[in-house]
Write a protein that binds this ligand. Sequence first.
Ligand code: B1N
Length: 843
Amino acid sequence: VIPARSRGALRVSAVAEAERTATSSSPAPTGDITNKLKYLFGKEAAETPKDAYHGTAWSVRERLIDSFDKTHEHWKKEDPKFIYYLSAEFLMGRSLTNTVYNLGLEGEYADALRQLGYDMEKVADAERDAALGNGGLGRLAACFLDSIATLDLPGWGYGIRYKYGMFKQVLKNGYQAEQPDIWLTSGNPWEIRRDGLRFEVGFGGRVERKKDGNKEVTVWTPSEKVWAQAYDNPIPGFSTPTTSNLRLWDAQPISEFDLGAFNAGDYDRAMLDRERAEAISAVLYPNDSTPEGKELRLKQQYFFVCASLQDVLSRFKATHGTKFELLPDKACFQLNDTHPTIAVAELMRLLVDVEGLDWDAAWTITTKCLNYTNHTVMPEALEKWPVKVMAKMLPRHMEIIEVINEGWTKWLGGHLKELKAEERAKRISAMSIIHENPWNKEEMLVNMAYLAVVGSSAVNGVAAIHSNIVKDEILNDFYQIFPSKFQNKTNGVTPRRWLAWCNPELASLITETLGSNEWINDTEKLSALRAHASDPTFQKKWAAVKHAKKEKLAALIKKIHGDSVNTNALFDIQIKRIHEYKRQYLNVLSIIWRYKQLKKMTPEQRKKAVPRVCLIGGKAASAYDMAKRIIRLVTAVGDVINKDPETKDLLSLYFLPDYNVTLAETIIPAAELSQHISTAGTEASGTSNMKFQMNGCLIIGTWDGANIEIAEETGVDNVFVFGVRADEINQLRKERKNFKTDPRWDEIMKDIEGGMFGDKDYFKPLVDSVNNMKVGNDWFLVANDFAAYLDAQEEVDKVYKDQSEWLRRSIMYTAGSGKFSSDRTIREYAEDIWHVKPSRPAA
Ligand code: B1N
């Protein structure tokens, strides 16, 4: 339970809250909660925390809707320019705590629940995560919505209401197994189904030219149609009356079922339409940082883009009629990676075919309205759709893309007229939106990133180093042509969820120390903590909070694994999707080395060793074989060392299954060291690094992604940086087969191969991928960074032994985290790309 005092310290101000309550016509929460239970659930009383959750959530929902309505009434009157964040993923996590805190209702509802015999935290624990995303990209979208609302920016998110979100990960004998995420079964109090608000979305069919008077028009007759049904998910800002919106689309059949087939007794066929339609929004593809080239995925992308654009245009027309030249002053769209890039062709189709604009006018409007964010550097990860697939599923869009490409390559030819013909032809072919598949000359592909760049006003990467790689490598040809299109927008995370609400104890200490809680909306104020970093009294309080959070995490480990871990040990954590480039493997290898060292020590030597609890968590894409082997290696190594009575208090390793937003909210506040050890130049940004930093967790990391900027803000000397740099990677990859591996590396490889952790056949491909140059090539240079990583880990131990230095650094991390609030990121997007201004409704 959050102590009453700290709750007070978190409030905007007691006066503001009293005003809010006084002017609200809402019923007293206790009675309202029991009413909701009675009339919505048929329950006389809250018998379980889950009951209490349902009653509370449905009660809070009404306050949320009031705020939503006021905001939207205001925006309708003001008619400001809107930003629409188009994303295939929104990883929202739980809503109750966030909503109650953001609306400033925590006192009221905590009191009400106490009267009913419950504490808020237990009740909040009954909520399921909304896991409509894979990892960083989806969670970023969720943080952005929080900031958009908090900054009073007129803006919405648009996405897909997946019936099944990110799969639930369970361990079966130490191997990952996947179970479906059936999250909607008990109803979802955080959404509002907008009855009647639906749009038709078509697929397939044929395209014809017809005469309309003396104008030739294009008519697309799809062979398949579905409804996109709108569901609104209100997004409350913090310390503002603004409540924004995430509109998600659910796919539904146009005809309930085939009555003819039904009457003829063919029930299976009668249901076919429904099943086919519902499949579109049924499941989230569980891939992270790699595209899924499945047709259904393209269908999902077009489905939500088509519905969202129709929705925006219909609202635009209701106020501005057909003055489409005004559209860029009223709406802009951010494409979250290439997933919604079909928007380029769809907006052209809506403006030209449906609204009758001429091509050039439509193209000017389209390119002014769209912007594209790139999130990944791996060239093989850029989405490309076979022309054949696109032409069959979206025949009119394929035509439009062809026309765009003709215009683009022609323009490019003119632009490059100084070049020799041969050189010019080469450049044009390299920059064509439609190009050959380099591995299969028979196949033509649509390059979605190229389409996004050509169709957008601005293109951005998500951390400084990443934006430079985008400019200098991935999209360098385009950068040379349009240097001013390219920008950087370093990612951020919401300090509400990721510090204030998930770590109220630390938040209270900060508020008490800084004399106000203004830092929650102005994280630059955290820098004032620097003045306290070396103060022993403050350090003691800081350490006490961390310890309490470690105890809480230890209780969770006990619940999951049945073991009691040493809470005086250093809590060393790596949580993120399992991927070779993120190198969880490197982490495990160093844990093996640490174990072997401990085994060799005398009891006297062991007394001087720094005890560690190592935790690794994250999901592997279901088809990502190597990632699944890495998980098994973690659990297998854990099985050996956690059982060793000689060392288990000095070193343990646990895999935390089903890593998700909620688990992160418990893990991150408890972490003392977190690992961000991707091969330099591969992690576009990373965002958990920012969450750990905010919570005073030290970082061991490579010179990659946002680690670099975090180090700059925290003081490079306070960060355990190691490993090769991004600009060395190409050369080192070429030389990897001649690289002389460290003897400690060779020893560990032999241990794994020799069966020290069992399962030796299963681990063979893993060993080969980094150690047998005839089979794998250690693409992510695990061996190259191994020795430097062990050195950095030794340095970690050294500093941990000096607790006052460790605590000083810990405080410096939080103090330096101001830059990484998503409020800063969103302000930059709003000013440099969207040109959208705040518009706040009256309180
Ligand atoms: O986006 C995050 C970054 O912080 C991470 O570094 C980056 O890996 C992540 C295809 C992706 N990049 N690409 C994806 C996700 C799903 C999918 O189907 C690609 N995710 C990232 C936020 O910028």
